[in-house]
Ligand binder design. Structure first.
Ligand code: CTP
Ligand code: CA
Length: 224
């Protein structure tokens, strides 16, 4: 599509998008992370900019370029960093899309020195991180809140529970066991489930097309 012909139907809408993995340090050398590439969130940011939105992108470390036109790009490492930045930027945004793969746990203590190996096994103790989405869900008022769910089993059931627990308007769920879905690739196979339990199933699509479907749904909610 020619970018000049795209309707600026999200003109002046302030959208906060989170993307990518978080990194939880163990010591100066090691960390815990996950397989998120950031592609889904960066794609939503790219499409939202094309449609005229003011995008704030809060991102973990990825290999991707910052999408052209993103007004406010914030790079973070840990889930705590992401939490702090989301809270800081919440007031200025009416739409929040949480595509980041946030670590649920972090090492209980972070060593300032490199941990040396011994002959014993090492047990790493982990603390819970904030559930960012759940906390926003409690204070969202009339903001539109969109979550993601990547599952390996019981997709619909798990996704529905997440909508409830986190007070979401809708959730974008994908089954990691399907080829062409999930981490690292340019395509995804998603089901979109809304808070009323309506389920829309989509075939394998480019992440850019899925991004526009997500933005279309948000636009419909804004019109209501
Ligand atoms: N999420 C978040 N903060 C966390 C964990 C998850 O904001 N600490 C958000 C993700 O960005 C995503 C949604 O919650 O939009 C669902 O993430 P997911 O990991 O699938 O769900 P969890 O609630 O963490 O449950 P579990 O990992 O046990 O499936
Ligand atoms: Ca999780």
């Amino acid at each position: 599509i020619n970018i000049l012909t795209i309707e600026k139907d999200l003109n002046e809408k302030n959208i906060l998008i989170t993307a990518g993995p978080t990194i939880e340090s163990i010591d100066p050398v090691r960390y815990l992370t996950n397989r998120s590439s950031g592609k889904m969130g960066y794609s939503i940011a790219t499409e939202a900019v094309k449609r005229g939105a003011n995008v704030t992108l809060i991102s973990g470390k990825t290999n991707l370029d910052v999408p052209v036109g993103v007004k406010n790009f914030i790079q973070i490492e840990s889930a705590k960093d992401m939490y702090d930045e989301v809270i800081k930027n919440l007031e200025d945004n009416d739409i929040i899309i949480k595509s980041a793969a946030v670590a649920d746990y972090k090492p209980k203590s972070k060593s300032n020195k490199k941990i040396k190996k011994s002959d014993e096994d090492l047990v790493l103790e982990l603390d819970r991180n904030h559930d960012i989405l759940k906390e926003i869900g409690k204070i969202k008022e009339d903001k539109i809140l969109v979550g993601f769910a990547a599952e390996t089993n019981d997709l619909i059931e798990n996704a529905k529970q997440k909508i409830k627990k986190k007070n979401l308007d809708f959730i974008v769920a994908n089954d990691l066991t399907q080829e062409g879905a999930g981490f690292g690739v340019d395509t995804n196979i998603v089901k979109i489930i809304d808070k009323n339990g309506n389920i829309e199933e989509y075939p394998k699509m480019n992440k850019s097309d899925i991004s526009n479907i997500i933005l279309d749904k948000i636009k419909l909610l804004l019109e209501k």
